[in-house]
Design a protein around this ligand. Structure first.
Ligand code: SF4
Length: 381
């Protein structure tokens, strides 16, 4: 498999990210690895056996663009509830199993698209064989999830503390148990809450396997610090071409994890979804209230799924330059007026009082054009 340049703008080589070649697996209908788009996922925090609450949360995650959703399966009640949940949602579900391999068998039978289970922790190769048989029979893939905080005791004794060598050795040990059964539809994660450890472990793992990699900084913290840590750690890896699916872990609503995940990928030009707003921090030169305007636009444009770039810049210092590279732009001027731009070209003066309505209208019109183009292309296939 050849390496794939994925930059949106290959004519600007400094923006090109070349993804690490790896094999492709499927989580339900979603491809992970190879040349597939980097999938964005989150995890529910409802009681899984509360079917209505779990379905409601998964639907909210679908609404903000989640490609894959993971649900905890800590007991029999939860694995039994999976069937009713799967029947009511569109995204593929990953069943999160720890220790009790029977929950894995039940989850596979009840419609999980992937099992998050570590073969080395379930009590021997015979049980691994059973899990693999259930996965095969139900078209499930598997995620091996190594966590710096729960490494095997022998590895901790060997290495003294969680370190990249220990995490990679653990991951490869679990992978070997699946390989022994001839099962290769797995992806691997080696997460830690420490970003140095996580990044080093993923770099090492990326060299040691051609399995797709699931990225995450675990227990990253609340919305702000978790976003910063995840962006530094996962951003570093994604920039190096490593990572085929991502989960941002935040002590916040799961929908926020999806929004941050997409923003991370949008920032690197690895995926496009929704409106990408480029805005200045504002200063005494601003011709309108930039901060208030951007907040309102983020809210009013959150229903747009088509990839559209929008520059909202306070004055002519940077406004015209940014507008040249965005689909729609607005630059603050003087006397209560600013300049609108379409496709990089001036399209007319706009009163500050009308600006938000006009921008929303312009973005919606552009989204409509993109939708029609996409539908036309699909019809022609
Ligand atoms: S673009 Fe203009 S308003 Fe915005 S921060 Fe720069 S100088 Fe200030």
């Amino acid at each position: 498999m050849s390496a794939q340049p994925t930059s949106l703008d290959a004519v600007r080589p400094w923006r090109t990210i070349t993804r690490r070649p790896c094999r492709k697996i499927k989580v339900g209908a979603v491809e992970v690895g190879g040349d597939a788009p980097i999938a964005v996922q989150s995890m529910t925090n409802t009681l899984t056996h509360d079917v209505d609450a779990t379905v409601g949360q998964i639907r909210r995650l679908e609404e903000v663009g989640a490609d894959i959703v993971r649900v905890s399966v800590p007991d029999k009640e939860s694995s039994a509830a999976l069937r009713a949940i799967v029947d009511q949602v569109k995204v593929p579900l990953v069943a999160d199993i720890h220790f009790h391999y029977k929950r894995g068998l039940e989850a596979a039978d009840n419609g999980a698209a992937c099992l998050r289970i570590n073969p080395g922790n379930i009590g021997g190769q015979d049980r691994v064989r059973e899990v693999v048989a259930a996965a095969r029979a139900n078209g499930c893939s598997i995620r091996i999830g190594v966590n710096g905080g729960s490494l095997e005791r022998d590895l901790l004794e060997k290495y003294g503390e969680p370190c990249p060598d220990a995490m990679v050795e653990s991951a490869l040990m679990h992978a070997r148990m699946l390989d022994e059964e001839g099962f290769h539809d797995y992806k691997i994660s080696v997460k830690a809450s420490d970003i140095f450890l996580t990044v080093a472990a993923y770099h090492q793992l990326a060299e040691a396997t051609d399995a797709p990699l699931h990225l995450g900084i675990t227990e990253a913290g609340g919305q702000r610090i978790g976003t910063v840590k995840s962006s530094i750690g996962m951003g570093n890896l994604l920039w190096a071409g490593i990572g085929d699916t991502i989960r941002v872990s935040l002590s916040d609503e799961p929908e926020e994890e999806i929004r941050v995940g997409f923003d991370m990928l949008k920032s690197l030009g690895l995926r496009t979804r929704g409106v990408n707003i480029i805005s200045c921090p504002s200063c005494a030169r601003q011709g309108f209230d930039v901060i208030k305007t951007v907040r309102e636009l983020e809210d009013r444009l959150s229903h747009i799924h088509e990839p559209i770039s929008l520059s909202i810049i306070g004055c002519v210092v940077n406004g015209p330059g940014e507008a040249m590279f965005t689909d729609i732009g607005f630059t603050g001027g003087s006397a209560g007026y600013g300049m609108m731009y379409h496709a990089g070209k001036k399209s007319g003066k706009t009163d500050n009082d009308d600006m938000i309505a006009e921008i929303v209208e312009a973005v919606e019109a552009r989204a409509e054009v993109l939708r029609a183009e996409r539908d036309g292309a699909m019809a022609a296939e």
